[in-house]
Design a protein around this ligand. Structure first.
Ligand SMILES: [Zn+2]
Length: 277
């Protein structure tokens, strides 16, 4: 009888362990959730949570309660100051107490203009820097992106007669190296650039999150060249379809990759999808 009870208790403990972040750690899995646009949630094997470019109210996100549903968030990485990347930053910092990393110029403006408390900001690094994210069991390498980084409405409202776009440092991409998990390259918003060739000289990229929408960034054909240069194991397209200007599609990307014999790298996700690696 006692043995039976112990066995039942053991099964119960196992079931509850499987449902927890600690169980993810036991399995060594890293979970990627895409909200839409450039907004991602990365759950690391140690149970740490990193958000990138947290526009959770992006219209393509099927889950309208994403902010309310957020639990633990350890870090938020911001690639540049544009509104579709700052997103719901202030609200999420207030709710979760997360620490925010942005490049140097944006660090100052997040404090002085956006109102992020200094205690919630990691001192702004810049391109070439590698910064420890101990609570997530990760490190992040800041890399170049060819784009702009101005605070604009609705995040920044200029006084009458003043410039409506406030320069906020360098736009960047992030190479996120997860202990016991994948190395993920989030391109930020960028055109294709030869600087991408440097990335695999330092780190093998397991998952590249690549903008493909065009107009402001790489389109599918340019992004396929970027994949050839970065040589990731997998590439997942993002920053397309949010509004009509971002017209690049995963199908166009697949065709462009196929021309370079790289189509086997492609994983297509929809906003609201989660994948484990
Ligand atoms: Zn953007």
């Amino acid at each position: 009888m006692l043995r039976k009870i112990l066995r039942a208790l053991g099964a119960l403990l196992l079931a509850s362990a499987l449902a927890s972040p600690a169980a993810l750690a036991a399995k060594g899995k890293t979970e990627l959730h895409w909200y839409g646009q450039a907004a991602w949630k990365i759950t690391t094997p140690s149970g740490g949570v990193i958000l990138v470019d947290p526009w959770l109210t992006v219209p393509t996100n099927p889950d309208k309660n994403s902010i309310a549903e957020l639990g633990r968030v350890d870090y938020i990485l911001i690639t540049h100051a544009h509104s579709d990347h700052i997103g719901n930053l202030a609200e999420i910092v207030k709710k979760t107490g997360a620490k925010v990393l942005a490049s140097y110029g944006l660090y100052w403006n997040l404090m002085s203009v956006v109102g992020i408390p200094k205690d919630n900001l990691i001192y702004g690094g810049n391109i070439g820097g590698t910064i420890d994210l101990p609570k997530a069991g990760a490190k992040v390498w800041i890399v170049n992106a060819e784009h702009g980084s101005e605070l604009v409405p609705p995040v920044y409202k200029a006084a009458p007669g003043q410039p409506a776009a406030l320069a906020s440092g360098n736009p960047v991409g992030y190479v996120i190296m997860i202990k016991g998990g994948p190395t993920i390259y989030h391109t930020g918003d960028t055109g294709v650039m030869e600087d991408m060739k440097i990335i695999p000289m330092f780190h093998h990229i397991d998952i590249m999150l690549a903008c493909i929408g065009g107009y402001f960034t790489m389109d599918p054909v340019e992004a396929a060249l970027a994949v050839q240069w970065v040589r990731p194991t997998h590439v997942i397209p993002m920053h397309f379809g949010t509004f009509p200007l971002l017209a690049g599609t995963p199908d166009q990307f697949r065709k462009a990759l196929a021309k370079r014999h790289l189509a086997n790298k492609l994983i297509v996700m929809k906003p609201g999808d989660t994948r484990s690696f």
